[in-house]
Design a protein around this ligand. Sequence first.
Ligand code: DX5
Ligand code: ZN
Length: 224
Amino acid sequence: MVELLPSILSADFAHLADEVAAAERGGGTVIHVDVMDGHFVPNITLGPPVVKSLRKATSLPLDCHLMIDNPNEYIPAFADAGANWIGVHYETCPHLHRTIELIHNHGMKAGVVLNPATRVELILDILPMLHHVLIMSVNPGFGGQKFIPFSLEKIRKLAQIRKDLGLRFRIEVDGGVAHDTIAQVVQAGADLLVAGNAVFGDGNAERNAQELLAAAKKVAGEAS
Ligand code: DX5
Ligand code: ZN
C-alpha cells in the first residue's frame, strides 16, 4: 500500500498543528519530521521538544529522519518525546547494527537512510532488521530541491532485493517528490512517499496531499 508522508520541513512552523491537521485531512498517514544538526547537513531544524509538541497535536505515527552526527546520543530523547519511527543515515553510523538495536530497545521502528551517493548493496546484511529503507533523492538539508533521476534505479534495485530475499521492509523516498515525479517513484517500487514542498509549499496542504496521493494510488493500482 502506498502512503503519503507529509514532511513538515516546508510547513509554517508557527502553525504546525494546523498544518499537520490539514495534511492529515488530505490523506497523509505518517508525519515526516526532519531533524538537522548543522553538522551532518548544512541546516538546523528541530529536536525532541518539537516532537513532543507534535505528539500532542496528532495521533499519526511520527517518522523522525535524523540528519545528525552521533544519532545514538539522541535516540532515547526522541523515544521519550513520542517518536514512532527513527531513520538514521548510513553515513553517520559506524556501528549501524548497534544503532538499530538501540532504536528497537526504545520501542521504535528502525530505518536506514541512504544518501544519493551511497549504494544500496552496503546495507544488505542489515535489511532483515529494518522496518524501512529511505532512499534520498536529493542531498539532504533543504526542501524544494530537484529530484535526482538515478534514485529511481536505486529504488528498483532495492525492490528487487526485497523480493529476492522475501523481506517486508518498506521502501521510502524523500526529496523532490512532487506532481511531476510521484508516478515514477511509485512505478520504481517506493511505497512510503515523503513530500514537503509539494504538500506545504503553497499553503494548501489538504488539497495538495489529496492530489499527490490520488496520483500515487492510481499508478499503484489502488483505489483512492
Ligand atoms: C531534505 C529532507 C526532506 C525534505 C523534502 O533533506 O529530508 O524530507 O523535506 O522536501 P521536498 O519534498 O520539498 O523535496
Ligand atoms: Zn526527510
